[in-house]
Design a protein around this ligand. Structure first.
Ligand code: MN
Length: 134
């Protein structure tokens, strides 16, 4: 599958890229949140890995924009956060992410975790809990 990785730390970006490429996936990289919507429209990833802490527009803000875009909202977004603190999970899920992984990534399980989120997809929200719908 094709994974778009949004990550401003070049070491973290290279590590995640290497692990996913070794597992046979195609990776598209973005080093900031700027232009991610356009990039996603162009490359049509199966999943987006989103660093929460980005300079300027943060990962949760970018996720909220992705999830209000009718063309892009069906792409699963998995937040990657170094802050495994109480309350973070709620913030991440409230922004519209389908899940989250913590940094530093576990290279033995990372590709499998990503595939699991991709397979689960984006839940259909016909009921009352859709994010960002008018
Ligand atoms: Mn970061």
């Amino acid at each position: 599958m094709k994974v778009l990785i949004v990550e401003d730390n070049s070491l973290s970006l290279e590590l995640a890229t290497t692990v996913l490429e070794l597992a046979g996936h195609d990776v598209v990289q973005a080093e900031s949140g700027e232009g991610v919507l356009e990039l996603a429209r162009d490359c049509r990833p199966d999943l987006i890995l989103m660093d929460v802490s980005l300079p300027g527009k943060d990962g949760l803000e970018v996720t909220r924009e992705l999830k209000t875009d009718p063309e892009l909202r069906a792409i699963p977004v998995v937040a990657v956060t170094a802050h495994a603190m109480a309350g973070d999970q709620e913030r991440v899920l409230a922004a519209g992410c389908e899940g989250y992984l913590t940094k530093p990534i576990d290279t033995r399980t990372f590709a499998q975790d990503v595939q699991r989120y991709a397979a689960a997809g984006v839940p259909q929200t016909e009921g009352g809990q859709s994010v960002g719908r008018p």
